[in-house]
Design a protein around this ligand. Structure first.
Ligand SMILES: [Zn+2]
Length: 386
């Protein structure tokens, strides 16, 4: 099926190029989709493909053109004309409607039923069960994936609505949290990350010693990509779990606004090459997840949690004392913050506290809402204990 979709994609692309060269006509998706019906009637090999999936493939090709036109319009220098796709790089195909060519079955176990393939056992579970809508089959680095989109009513567990938290990115740790009250939590990096990164380095060294395109080279290459995607997958899982936990436990989350420059400066010499690739992309991905979990503009009561980004240059979390507000530059190697006002904290804890303080001080209206939520909670507690 992958092969057929690849052929279809390339054939449709070729048809557009030929039509333009020979007749000066720009074909569009609808013209091509219409012809697809005839093509399917004539050629049995395409008839075997699901009709909607075939349209989907044409649509993908059409999208490549739309993006090309858009870039041309914007005057991008290398607009990048849509290219023919090799089988090795062809990513997969999609289905538009549940029940047409595929079915998601939950019996004792979950199965994906794919027409002309069969039943495939599914691993994991949908986080929020709902109505299956679309399916994409992906082929990546020698493995098959099915990505199912569900339509669902998001079911939000009512938050405890207690905590407000400031988050600072760590160098050695993943991040440090400053809670209201006077507590701190350090979130450690995943335990196996560093050893996995070292292992990856070893594998890449292996690869660089092999002769390019030789048998051994492609074997080594496979090992590198396999481990690379494993690390990326684990990383994603970790970020997902961590962000969900923070959102579940807090009604306000304050983080530093990310800047590319700040990110590389913060890692300093510690993060080079691959380490940087894995570790430095984490903050952006993490912020994305937080933003997704707490959509901007929502009231505390609606989502349970407010997410705020603090302007770094204005607030200077790494240079400000969380006790007295005095500002002083600290070199990166200085891991402690000791101030004459009596504050004695780690560098990351201070920064996290400064971020939280700024938000709590500035968003006074919001602060009121939280204070209300917190006091309401305390009241119930008081009644309970009474
Ligand atoms: Zn101070």
């Amino acid at each position: 099926m992958l092969k057929k979709h690849q052929l279809l994609y390339n054939a449709a692309l070729e048809q557009r190029i030929t039509a333009y060269r020979k007749q000066g006509i720009s074909l569009n998706y609808y013209q091509q989709a219409k012809e697809l019906t005839e093509l399917r009637a004539e050629l049995p090999e395409f008839k075997a493909l699901n009709a909607q999936s075939s349209q989907n493939t044409l649509k993908r090709m059409d999208r490549a053109f739309q993006q090309f036109y858009r870039r041309c319009k914007e005057g991008v220098e290398k607009a990048g004309f849509p290219r023919f796709k090799s089988f090795a790089r062809y990513p997969g195909w999609g289905y538009n409607t549940h029940g047409d060519g595929w079915r998601f079955l939950i019996e004792e176990k979950a199965y994906l039923k794919l027409s002309s393939v069969g039943h495939i056992r599914m691993r994991g579970k949908a986080r929020t069960p709902g109505k299956p809508k679309t399916l994409d089959i992906l082929y990546k680095q020698g493995k098959w994936y099915a990505s199912v989109v569900f339509e669902c009513e998001p079911e939000r567990k009512q938050n405890a609505m207690t905590g407000a938290v400031g988050l600072d990115w760590g160098v050695e740790t993943f991040a440090t949290l400053a809670h209201d009250g006077n507590d701190y939590t350090a979130i450690e990096n995943e335990r196996h990350l560093r050893s996995a990164l070292n292992q990856l380095k070893g594998l890449q060294r292996d690869l660089s010693r092999k002769k390019r395109d030789s048998r051994n080279w492609s074997k080594a290459k496979k090992r590198v990509t396999a481990l690379h995607s494993k690390i990326a997958r684990k990383r994603h899982e970790f970020l997902h779990q961590t962000s969900t936990k923070i959102v579940r436990e807090n009604s306000l989350i304050a983080v530093e606004k990310l800047s590319i420059k700040g990110m590389t400066a913060k890692g300093g010499k510690l993060k080079k090459g691959l380490n940087r690739e894995v570790l430095c992309t984490a903050p952006a991905a993490f912020h994305g997840m937080l933003k997704y979990l707490c959509p901007p503009g929502c009231k505390v009561e609606e989502t349970g949690t407010r997410y705020i980004e603090v302007p770094t240059r204005k607030v200077k979390p790494s240079q400000t004392c969380s006790g007295c507000g005095k500002q002083e530059k600290k070199p990166l190697h200085q891991r402690k913050h000791i101030c004459s006002c009596g504050i004695h904290l780690s560098r990351d804890e201070t920064a996290a506290r400064v971020i939280l303080n700024w938000v709590l001080g500035r968003e006074s209206a919001l602060c009121g809402e939280i204070a209300l939520a917190v006091s309401a909670k305390h009241e119930t507690l008081a009644i309970a204990t009474a």
